[in-house]
Design a protein around this ligand. Structure first.
Ligand SMILES: Cc1cc2nc3c(=O)[nH]c(=O)nc-3n(C[C@H](O)[C@H](O)[C@H](O)COP(=O)(O)OP(=O)(O)OC[C@H]3O[C@@H](n4cnc5c(N)ncnc54)[C@H](O)[C@@H]3O)c2cc1C
Length: 274
């Protein structure tokens, strides 16, 4: 390790405690890539803070030492956003997993960035609410990662992407200051700029999200078409008739074959766009 990184590791070790610092070469390899596994790079140092103040302290130390850093949530991103640098620090938010508030009258929840997407819905469900943005990785991805990637999912056709469900973020800026970005604030829409910036503008340490009322009834339909064009035309006709499906998924012939081979879904014979 470079001398300035060794000195940084010693300072972080002293201020945060050894249980929040990883320097062991074998353990560091856990963090060498995200879901884009063809790009790999072992970080010099991994830090696992528990609080916003600790995140800010790490960022301030990195800024003072001129050491680059990258934020990471659950590491499921498919764009390489959490790919570490060999000469840098990876700041992992996975221990920041507290749901701080479920505000039913306000239809919002306040969560730490490492909270798993589906856990927001699990916490809100008893009150008749859920968190609508639902990437297929929702059982494992973090809300902080969702914010940074402006993630979407099957429900986003009707309900919009993560950007439409984030009301405020507490953010550690690159010089280590804690600031609040809010959709309600005056001036420029800095929250809008922050959501989807892949962590390049700061690390979010607290997120206020909108909760959506669980629909009174849900009807699920399966329709088979002979071509992608025919399926697409049907979707346009449904939406054109004023019915916006809560969620929509399309499978082509290869996907249908793969699903049949794997779990025998028993789709209608002849289904399969080519
Ligand atoms: C099987 C699978 C299915 C998927 N399905 C979908 C899908 O349907 N729709 C979709 O949009 N995506 C999907 N993804 C991609 C991925 O799950 C999402 O982008 C998810 O939001 C990433 O969250 P994460 O916690 O894993 O973030 P990470 O991968 O850890 O990080 C992603 C980005 O966020 C930044 N980041 C993480 N935490 C913070 C923070 N606290 N502050 C600032 N920046 C931060 C990182 O620096 C990085 O740039 C899928 C991935 C997999 C593996």
């Amino acid at each position: 390790m470079e001398p300035e990184l060794e000195a940084l590791a010693r300072r972080l070790n002293a201020s945060l405690g050894p249980e929040r610092i990883i320097t062991d070469a074998v353990r560091l390899r856990t963090y060498e890539c995200d879901g884009l596994t063809n790009h790999r790079c072992t970080p010099a140092l991994v830090v696992l803070p528990d609080t916003a103040e600790q995140v800010a302290a790490v960022v301030r130390e990195c800024a003072a030492a001129g050491v680059p850093y990258v934020a990471r949530g659950s590491g499921t991103g498919l764009s390489g956003g959490a790919l570490p640098r060999a000469d840098g620090v990876l700041i992992v938010t996975s221990r920041m997993r507290r749901i701080l508030e479920i505000d039913v009258p306000g239809q919002r929840a306040v969560v730490e960035p490492g909270v798993i997407n589906l856990d927001v819905t699990r916490a809100a469900r008893p009150y008749g609410y859920y968190f609508a943005p639902d990437p297929s990785s929702q059982q494992i991805c973090s809300v902080g990662g969702n914010v940074a990637e402006n993630s979407g999912g099957a429900h986003c056709l009707k309900y919009g992407f993560t950007a439409h469900h984030v009301l405020a973020c507490e953010v550690v800026t690159p010089d280590g200051e804690l600031v609040e970005l809010s959709a309600d604030g005056p001036g420029y829409d800095l929250l809008g700029v922050f959501v989807g910036a892949e962590g390049t503008l700061g690390i979010t340490t607290k997120i206020t999200v909108r909760l959506t009322r669980v629909p009174e009834t849900v009807q699920t339909l399966l329709a088979a078409f002979g071509s992608i064009e025919a399926g697409g035309t049907a979707v346009s006709a449904i939406i054109g008739a004023g019915v916006v499906p809560a969620a929509i998924e399309m499978m082509d012939a290869l996907s249908i074959e793969a699903a049949e081979a794997a779990v025998r879904c028993e789709y209608p014979p002849g289904a399969g766009a080519c």
